[in-house]
Design a binder for this molecule. Structure first.
Ligand SMILES: *Cc1c(COP(=O)(O)O)cnc(C)c1O
Length: 379
């Protein structure tokens, strides 16, 4: 893609399409037919939690899910006023900070629930473990909480699926356990929720009150068994910062793993594994350049990645797309993650802050245009 450089233009950046993100959110809400508890932990899966929260505002989500108290405080400091649920267990020493920022903790044990109530209480959600064995009260032990829960009534209760993307029996079994656990509660909490992205993509209208998607919002999904797929949201770009012709037999990069057969043209992109472009993409990755797919040549280095541009038009300053869309072609996060043999989630959250996030609101979302008036702005 060709693009006018600006004096501040970095050598690599992540273009975050907030319009696409919002449309992905709208598609999820339409499918689940309940309000979203949008998961924006890990800085909005690396794309910028505050901007993501702002972009989802027009969808009127119930609230936002984060992993840590600090993530919740960041949102409050930025003016986010909707409910924020901390999904990971919080330590009792964090309760004051949780309350100070009006966050909702996830609690899952008699002593933590009692401690929360004793130190002042406030809205909280009961985390019920139906097989993940990571956090929450085991579904078989809810009965023991009966008295505690009569005194400290949770606003919500939820469980988390471990294999909703695998299309196996486990999600159904976890649902059965969740229903069982809910029956053992002294009263029905106002907000019940369970589905993550893979469950929504494979499901119908939610039987619960909220849906709790994360990764689909950011353009990852649509795998086996899914009946909806997201628009790409993250576009990783890097500029050509060097260009040379190499002769037959010349090698490229560390370890000399790539060797020219005949005369080749090799371009250097200003991005490397210190930016989150995985070293595992060495000699395997492809990038989009001026309407063509071109291969990574040699080992990805910390700050630079070489590509073989013999068959593509290429000049210094050109912009290559390493993830995302360029013209009619797309390298999805899933595609690149598969080539790098990492999880899509890992690739996305692994994009380093050295790569600035540039926010755009692509056409096709007029309602959003008023909300996100700003064009590409550096964060
Ligand atoms: C991360 C997380 C989610 C979102 O999961 P996705 O697969 O990204 O949709 C939902 N619920 C909990 C408890 C989580 O930790």
């Amino acid at each position: 893609m060709s693009r006018q450089p600006t004096p501040t233009s970095p050598r690599a950046w992540v273009e975050v399409d907030l319009g696409a993100l919002r449309r992905n959110g709208a598609a999820l809400a339409t499918r689940a037919r309940v309000p979203l508890l949008a998961v924006i932990k890990a800085d909005g899966y690396g794309l910028g939690a505050v901007r993501v929260a702002g972009a989802l505002e027009p969808l009127d989500p119930w609230g936002f899910g984060v992993a840590t108290v600090a993530e919740g405080i960041e949102l409050r400091d930025a003016g986010v006023s909707r409910p924020i649920l901390v999904l990971s267990p919080v330590l009792s020493e964090e309760y004051a900070a949780v309350r100070g920022a009006s966050l909702r903790p996830s609690l899952g044990g008699a002593s933590t629930i009692a401690e929360w109530a004793r130190t002042g209480g406030g809205a909280w959600h009961l985390s019920i473990d139906t097989g993940m064995n990571r956090a929450g009260i085991p579904w078989t032990e809810i009965g023991a909480l009966h008295d505690t829960l009569r005194d400290a009534v949770p606003e919500g209760a939820y469980t988390h699926f471990h294999s909703a993307d695998l299309n196996d029996e486990s999600t159904g079994e976890q649902l059965r356990r969740f229903r069982c656990a809910l029956e053992a509660l002294p009263s029905r909490p106002r907000y019940l929720h369970a589905e993550n992205s893979p469950a929504i993509e494979r499901g119908e209208a939610s039987p619960w009150d909220l849906a709790r998607p994360g990764v689909f919002l950011y353009g990852v999904g649509g795998g086996d068994g899914a009946t909806m797929s997201p628009e790409p949201v993250a576009h990783l770009r890097a500029r050509v910062i060097d260009l040379r012709t190499v002769s037959d037999g010349d090698t490229v990069s560390y370890g000399a793993t790539w060797r020219a057969r005949g005369t080749r043209r090799v371009a250097t992109l200003g991005i490397g594994y210190a930016d989150g472009y995985r070293r595992a993409l060495s000699n395997r990755g492809v990038v989009l350049l001026n309407g063509q797919r071109v291969p990574v040549a040699g080992i990805v280095t910390m700050d630079m990645t070489m590509i073989d541009v013999t068959d593509a038009p290429c000049e210094i300053g050109d912009v290559a797309t390493l993830i995302g869309r360029d013209g009619d072609d797309v390298l999805t996060v899933d595609d690149v993650a598969a080539t790098a043999q990492v999880l899509s989630y890992e690739l996305l959250v692994g994009l380093k802050l050295r790569v600035p996030r540039v926010y755009v609101n692509a056409a096709g979302d007029t309602a959003a245009a008023a909300v996100e008036a700003a064009p590409a702005t550096l964060r």
